[in-house]
Design a protein around this ligand. Structure first.
Ligand code: GRF
Length: 195
């Protein structure tokens, strides 16, 4: 299964996926890494020998033209699955129409709790004693697509946004890697969950 993974930041979830693909028995590979900015995680491309590309959001007049350029870049790699893992940008409807349901997003909360770009901060602010990690099919909503997998993560006294996010990310990674494996081995058919 050929993956294109899109990031905006450190790409720690991407690193976990790349590590999983080092296992020759893992039925998927990352064919390209993309970002909407000069993301730190693009350096993983050199480290793991995976091509990378950038479609800078700021280089386009609006979300729609950025989205069209992104579609062209991604299409060029011919992926079977596109994974948003730390892309801190809402993709426009054209991107969803082009790739969904083979378009996944990892989210550091137990959706539909705490959607949006500040899920970890919002959970802390809400004073909940548990939050979670979710893997969804991307649709035109903000984090409202079909939930493929999710798992609860405890919030501990004294947690900061960083300590809580660091507890959530390993769960996100496991959910993502397990789902990619299930999709690749056809134990999970996303066509049934068309957004
Ligand atoms: C992850 O928690 C992801 O779900 C969220 O932002 C974080 C990205 O972390 N959208 P990283 O770039 O993978 O380290």
């Amino acid at each position: 299964l050929d993956l294109v993974v899109l990031i905006s930041g450190a790409g720690s979830n991407l690193r976990a996926l790349l590590d999983a693909t080092l296992d020759p028995d893992f039925p998927a590979r990352v064919v390209a890494i993309g970002a909407d900015r000069d993301a730190e995680g693009l350096a993983l491309g050199e480290e793991y020998g995976v091509p990378s590309f950038t479609v800078p959001f700021t280089a386009y007049p609006d979300r729609e033209t950025w989205g069209e350029a992104l579609i062209e870049q991604i299409r060029g790699w011919g992926p079977d699955l596109v994974v948003l893992s730390g892309l801190m940008r809402l993709v426009p409807p054209a991107v969803v129409a082009e790739f969904s349901p083979m378009l996944l997003n990892t989210h550091p909360a137990y959706l539909p709790e705490f959607p949006g770009a500040h899920a970890v901060r919002d959970a802390l602010a809400a004073g909940v004693d548990r939050t979670g990690a979710s893997l969804i099919v991307v649709d035109d909503s903000v984090d409202g697509g079909p939930i493929l997998a999710q798992e609860r993560v405890p919030v501990l006294p004294g947690d900061t946004e960083t300590s809580l996010h660091d507890r959530i990310k390993p769960v996100e990674r496991r959910l993502l890697i397990d789902a990619v494996r299930d999709i690749a081995t056809r134990r999970l058919n996303l066509e049934d969950s068309h957004a």
